[in-house]
Design a protein around this ligand. Structure first.
Ligand SMILES: O=c1ccn([C@@H]2O[C@H](COP(=O)(O)O)[C@@H](O)[C@H]2O)c(=O)[nH]1
Length: 239
């Protein structure tokens, strides 16, 4: 898996998802289906996207007891997605069970999907970490602590903000994947995101994947916005 942009398909209708993807018939994208789309449109949406040869991150952030997560992951593995995730706060047993379920459910002859752990959501601020979650650590230390647990549990990487990537790579190694949402083009509103970076900043900090939703999907012309993000991420226009 090379460094790339993952487009969050957070649309409220299936038609909007279809018309976005229609613009990219000549190009294979890496897209993300999250709770909003999956809970409405289900596995058939995943199948439809995979048939178009796009890579797919199914972002359902599983967080439950180990047995439940193992069985849920076994079911998701059958969908043939490329990347799945769990909340690292579920702990080592839960994360290892997720991997067991993923391996058990993967189509025979195919590699299992990559599995990553969500550290602290990019909508969490330093203040919220202390005041609401009662974690008396700096954000970077709290994120590295969950990243190290994720690595020790055998997962392939983490979700964090781009701002913590250098510390994660230092603690967990360069090949440990960092998938970073909270991406905004210069001048875009952060909205509910608290730990944000531009695509070029994320790249310079070492992110492997940036996850971009509203800067693309809510733009007047999402197709052009995708290439604007790509230009900032790669440093040159590729179309
Ligand atoms: O910590 C996290 C984990 C996941 N997300 C998801 O990424 C996208 C970001 O959307 P934007 O519109 O670019 O803000 C969204 O699907 C989230 O569920 C995240 O933002 N932070």
């Amino acid at each position: 898996m090379g460094r790339s942009i993952i487009v969050a398909l957070d649309y409220s209708t299936r038609e909007e998802i279809r018309s976005f993807l229609k613009e990219f018939q000549q190009e294979s994208l890496f897209v993300k289906v999250g709770m909003e789309a999956f809970y409405q449109f289900g596995p058939s949406l995943v199948e439809e996207i995979k048939e178009q040869d796009h890579q797919l991150f199914l972002d359902l952030k599983l967080h439950d007891i180990p047995n439940t997560v193992k069985k849920a992951m076994k079911g998701l593995a059958g969908l043939g997605v490329d990347l799945v995730n769990v909340h690292a706060a579920g702990g080592r047993d839960m994360m290892q069970s997720a991997l067991e379920g993923l391996e058990a459910g993967s189509p025979s002859g195919k590699n299992r999907a990559m599995c990553i752990g969500v550290t602290h959501l990019t909508s969490t601020s330093e203040e919220m970490l202390k005041q609401e979650l009662h974690i008396n650590k700096r954000m970077k230390d709290a994120v590295v602590s969950l990243a190290s647990l994720t690595k020790a549990s055998g997962l392939d990487g983490v979700v964090s903000s781009a701002l913590e990537v250098p510390w994660i790579k230092k603690a967990c190694g360069q090949s440990f994947l960092t998938v970073t949402p909270g991406i905004r083009l210069e001048g875009d509103l952060a909205q509910d995101q608290k730990r944000v970076a531009t695509p070029s900043k994320a790249r310079s900090l070492g992110s492997d994947f940036i996850v971009v939703g509203r800067s693309i999907t809510a733009a007047e012309n999402p197709y052009e916005a995708y290439y604007k993000v790509k230009k900032d991420w790669e440093g040159s226009y590729v179309s």
